[in-house]
Design a binder for this molecule. Structure first.
Ligand code: FAD
Length: 433
């Protein structure tokens, strides 16, 4: 055997799908969000038959756009690519989609408009990293506790800037400082955020390829049997599989909407209960002429609700859509008001930020709390909760494999690229047998 054929034989041996004959029953993938579609693509590429079961009448899950609100699709869920090095750039390349960085962020603080990312912020960010990385092994803090410890070490203005920045996406009172350290230390995140021409939902065709999805199949019961798995829908339809990849959102798992037989092990239940589910609200304002002047990508407002806006429109000039963003307590306050009052409140905040009485031609919100197939926006790690995502990701009974943003690596959780990578990881685990 020459070197080339030896290498070829070795590479075949290392291909998990070649170690055994393809199973008769397909692999069932539960959920056609980013994680489910990415898992299905990986399995199909390895030659396995796959059936994807999806409750909604569409694919994409939390990646979904309205095509009627504005001249271009607006993402009601995920919208931003978080970093220059994340895996989902391959989908952007596949679609040949253009992107634009959300780089020029200004802040209205104490009546002044100022650049958001100043020198002091970088210094305090370094102090935060040193503090959390220096904690004894196993120890953790909430973000609020971490900021309290930073107070004597850094100038108050610098700390205020960091607190503002972090609180736009994180709940200071509960969220793990170690989890935030994992996120900010991820080199793939470098370069900041990007919007995509055609929206995040424009990437779905590249992800789905020719994978067929059974839509409107609301999974109610997942059973692990001696020779495989059996999945029953709310309508009573039964589908048999050799094994399954479960990508149900954490909110759905927490609500016990899907029954498992045998019941999930304690470790898994503890992970489901221990991780938190964040709330998020997006407020969309469509203007016939630009309300935010060219050159400004986003606005932070320190004393308003919501406190963050960005320009969602890809092209400058003509129609402009400005998106308001609120998470956690801010989001719950807006949710409590209802859509009309929340939009009015958000418009006041935007006018305050711009110091201009701008008037949109239409407005709408999006929220995911009331959606039965999501039940919240995305998962979050509470202080002391490191390791729960790994537990959630651990295969069960050798037949159930777990994917979805909540099972992703800490640095990638709660994102589209985290969901994407988790689907691939779960597929690889299944293929390895
Ligand atoms: C408002 C908002 C803004 C966001 N912004 C960003 C962003 O800018 N950038 C970013 O990277 N991430 C963002 N995210 C997070 C991102 O959307 C998610 O992390 C990612 O899309 C999750 O993918 P997933 O496949 O894990 O879950 P999902 O997309 O939720 O997919 C799960 C699928 O399971 C289906 N399902 C549920 N129950 C059942 C059932 N009983 N039977 C069958 N199917 C079922 C669902 O319908 C869904 O299709 C945002 C999320 C929200 C809500």
């Amino acid at each position: 055997m020459n070197r080339r054929s030896l290498l070829m034989a070795l590479s075949l041996l290392s291909l998990p799908s070649c170690r055994r004959a393809p199973p008769k029953d397909p692999v069932l993938v539960i959920g056609a969000g980013v994680a489910g579609l990415s898992a299905a693509a990986r399995l199909r590429r390895a030659g396995l038959p796959v059936v994807v079961l999806e409750a909604r009448d569409r694919v994409g899950g939390r990646v979904h756009a309205s095509t009627t609100f504005a001249a271009h699709p607006i993402d009601l869920g995920a919208e931003l690519m978080h970093g220059r090095g994340i895996a989902t750039w391959e989908l952007v390349t596949d679609r040949r989609a253009r992107t634009r960085p959300v780089s020029n962020v200004v802040e209205r603080h104490a009546g002044q408009l100022m650049p958001f990312h100043g020198e002091p912020s970088d210094a305090v960010a370094t102090a935060f990293v040193e503090l959390v990385a220096g904690l004894p092994s196993g120890a953790d803090l909430t973000l609020a506790q971490a900021f309290e410890r930073l107070e004597p070490r850094v100038p108050p203005e610098a700390l205020r800037a960091l607190r503002t920045q972090v609180s736009l996406d994180a709940d200071l009172e509960t969220m793990s400082a170690r989890a935030v350290l994992a996120i900010v230390s991820d080199p793939n995140r470098e370069g900041g955020d990007f919007v995509i021409e055609g929206g995040m939902s424009g990437l779905l065709p590249a992800l789905q390829g020719d994978t067929r999805v059974r839509l409107g199949f609301v999974v109610e019961h997942i059973e692990v049997l001696s020779g495989g798995v059996r999945v029953t829908s709310k309508a009573g339809e039964v589908v048999a599989g050799s094994s399954a990849i479960v990508t149900l959102p954490l909110g759905v798992l927490r609500a016990n909407d899907v029954r498992f037989s045998p019941p999930l092990p304690t470790q898994k239940r503890e992970a489901i209960e221990g991780l938190g589910m964040a709330a998020a609200v997006k407020l969309f304002y469509r203007f016939s002429t630009p309300a935010v002047r060219a050159g400004t990508d986003a606005l932070v407002v320190d004393d308003a609700l919501p406190r963050f806006f960005w320009v969602g429109t890809f092209r400058a000039g003509g129609e402009q859509v400005v998106t308001g963003w609120a998470t956690h307590d801010d989001a719950r306050r807006l949710l409590g008001m209802g859509e009309t009052a929340a939009l009015t409140r958000g418009l006041e905040a935007l006018r305050h930020a711009l110091r201009s009485n701008v008037t949109p031609v239409s407005m709408r919100w999006s929220e995911w709390e009331s959606q039965p197939f999501t039940r919240g926006a995305y998962s979050m790690t509470r202080a002391g909760g490191l390791g729960l995502r790994e537990r959630l990701a651990t295969p069960t009974e050798g037949r159930l494999f777990w994917a979805g943003e909540a099972t992703a690596l800490e640095a990638e959780a709660s994102t589209v690229h985290g969901a994407f990578n988790s689907g691939r990881r779960a597929a690889d685990e299944l293929l390895r047998g």
